[in-house]
Write a protein that binds this ligand. Structure first.
Ligand code: NAP
Length: 267
């Protein structure tokens, strides 16, 4: 590869914090960032999954700090940022990937479910942006990446709360970009379309966790049918966009939402 191109996308010498890193898109983001040269601080509520991700990052040859963190708890998120600075010296990239999904019609909504989705998907991102911005402010540079969703663009029955948190994340991304740009901090979002991960696979797994192959094919076919490309995505379809946003390749980009979604929604 051309040297200038390689260095534009490189994360050599950078430290990246990734939440939701126990599996799915967060785990893949940790791997992609590590492959690009970053050392990692990985956070999630799932300690077993985190340990697995840590092993993968170490196998790539990068340093990794593991920190169990509930992103809905502001003190926990602040402490995650402190751990990153104490252990690795600085934070260059902060990716807010952790999220939850629950399906229910508005008429059946119960308060604990509604609050949990808002606490994790929206406030969890808000606390992450705030902690990252404080840590990056003194350096005068940094990249914050928030994971939204095509569900924040396209209204879907039973996903009212999930959709509203993801739409709000895209708006928060713009406000934060406007506020933090003068301090050299870029803030962008990625709004994925359907990706097969532990979040979406329950749509075609049995109660004991085994995949029902016929149901899987059926679900993927339905999801693909709304894409002009007739496809669903893979985790790297999202993490390669994240790598662009994390790296200097996107130095002129802030306040934007990238939409690797197979074309299910076009701005
Ligand atoms: P995933 O595999 O379930 O990853 C989400 C991770 O976040 C899980 O490990 C989850 O742990 C963790 N988490 C949940 N609550 C947390 C909390 N309070 N604090 C810290 N970690 C917490 O799902 P994914 O598909 O990779 O999703 C990653 C992000 O992409 C989410 O924000 C999701 O909304 C978004 N997204 C996904 C898709 C898709 O099709 N997969 C599409 C659009 C957007 P538990 O498993 O223990 O809850």
């Amino acid at each position: 590869m051309h040297e200038a191109l390689e260095s534009a996308f490189s994360l050599d010498g950078r430290v990246a914090v990734v939440t939701g890193a126990a599996g799915g898109i967060g785990r893949e983001a940790a791997i992609t960032f590590a492959q690009a040269g970053a050392d990692l601080v990985i956070a999630d509520v799932g300690e077993e999954g985190l340990a697995g991700t840590a092993e993968m990052v170490r196998a790539i040859g990068r340093r990794v700090v593991v920190r169990r963190t509930d992103v809905s708890d502001v003190a926990d998120v602040d402490s995650l940022a402190r751990t990153a600075i104490d252990e690795l010296g600085h934070i260059d990239v902060w990716a807010n990937v952790a999220g939850v999904i629950r399906y229910f019609p508005i008429v059946d909504a119960v308060e604990p479910d509604v609050r949990r989705i808002v606490d994790v998907n929206l406030l969890g991102v808000y606390w992450g942006v705030a902690a990252a911005a404080r840590a990056m402010g003194s350096q005068g540079r940094g990249s914050i990446i928030n994971i939204a969703s095509a569900g924040g663009d396209v209204p879907a029955p039973t996903l009212s709360v999930y959709g509203m948190t993801k739409a709000a994340v895209m708006h928060l991304t713009k406000t934060a970009a406007a506020e933090l740009g003068p301090r050299g901090i870029r803030v962008n979002a990625v709004a994925p379309g359907f990706i097969e991960t532990p979040m979406t696979s329950p749509q075609f797994t049995d109660a004991d966790g085994t995949v029902d192959p016929a149901r899987r094919i059926q679900v993927l076919a339905v999801k693909s049918s709304s894409s002009p490309l007739a496809m669903t995505g893979e985790t790297t379809d999202i993490t390669y966009a994240m790598l662009y946003l994390a790296s200097d390749a996107s130095r002129f980009m802030t306040g934007q939402t990238m939409r690797p979604n197979g074309g299910v929604f076009m701005v």
